[in-house]
Design a protein around this ligand. Sequence first.
Ligand code: OGA
Ligand code: MN
Length: 294
Amino acid sequence: MTVSIRQIHPGFVGEASGLDLARPLAATDRAALQTAIDELAVLVFRDQRLDDERQLAFTRHFGEIEHGAGGHIAKPEQSRLDPGMIDVSNLDQDGRPLARDDRRRMFNLGNRLWHSDSSYRVVPAKYSLLSARTVARRGGNTEFADMRAAYDGLDAATQADIDELVCEHSLLHSRGALGFTELSAEERAMFRPVRQRLVRRHPATGRKSLFLSAHAGAIIGWPVPEARAFLRDLTEHATAPPFVHVHEWRPFDLVMWDNRQTMHRVRRFDETEPRDMRRTTIAGDAPTAPQAPG
Ligand code: OGA
Ligand code: MN
């Protein structure tokens, strides 16, 4: 069977059907998915009963797996999942919901803010693939915003003002915005800021997009308050309803998105119940900007 893709939002997001992702992927289907993710930036696959191994195998069709080191406060030995799998659930190692004031849960609350995955890394992520194993009964939607449409929607003068700007991104900034500031010296060193261009051009389509994220906390050469005020304005513009698609999870959905062209966030849900979401991530190809010396 060959894949077919139906666009489900006027600007982006395709729903793919006709594929069982647990089975080997034909070269023609792989190529069709590559074109679709380039153009639509988010792909939804329903009813995909993947285990971790099969999720990793499907993910590898799109590049090298990004590993999670340096992106979390949880220690590797606290991990519920194998290396290569990013645990986006609210669960501890025994599969029980984390306590309300558990540090790991509070850190994960950063996913409620609009972001692009791993924009705090020198080489930010290319694709993320999120598999829903257990969904929240109420709430817990994931929202996606199209950063190409957001860029296109800016006036020409603003586009010219921002085309060459470089921002600093750090987990210290996104967590600080929520008041999560109790970090060890080691964690602070791990989360030191990296530089990212504010406007990116997609290598396949040539479309420009805004590279925003909750991790962005400074613009090189700008006073910090001015940069933060402006980044807030841009984020407000970029996440306005016309640019947003809301994904309502069903069990065994898999959603794949291009972090170079979109932002996403999760909405509030009842965290006393399990929500088991597992992510695999494809690493980006290169830094978007030269890094600070030293
Ligand atoms: C992610 C993420 C949101 C969610 O996996 O990168 O931000 O819905 N997840 O859990
Ligand atoms: Mn994310």
